[in-house]
Design a protein around this ligand. Sequence first.
Ligand code: SF4
Length: 121
Amino acid sequence: MADRGGVCALMANWFLRGVRQGVVTTAYPRHVDLSSADLPVPPTFDAGRLESERAARLVAICPSSALSVEALDLVLDVGRCTGCQRCLPLAGDAGRSSASFEWASRDREALRIHFPLGASS
Ligand code: SF4
């Protein structure tokens, strides 16, 4: 098989680098991995600042259908969220990155986060 673009040489260099330097990793989970702040993670919302009109627009802009409005709550399904953060500019001061990637759960319902809509809705 032909070596297109020097992939074999690149892999060989990475292999040699790994052998020379040993295992390069972080201290996670014993210590917080500061690089997690740069990861694409689900958002979080300030429930008191969300009104129903803005919640409806957030639902409409989410490409993975991770957001829905149920009764008087905005519901974020973390199991569907890709962390694209497309919703954050629209959320304004009512939304921000959760800065958390530790969402694993055996309980599907635990991944559905409810944010009660504000009194102004
Ligand atoms: S980050 Fe992306 S996928 Fe997640 S709720 Fe916002 S728009 Fe939807």
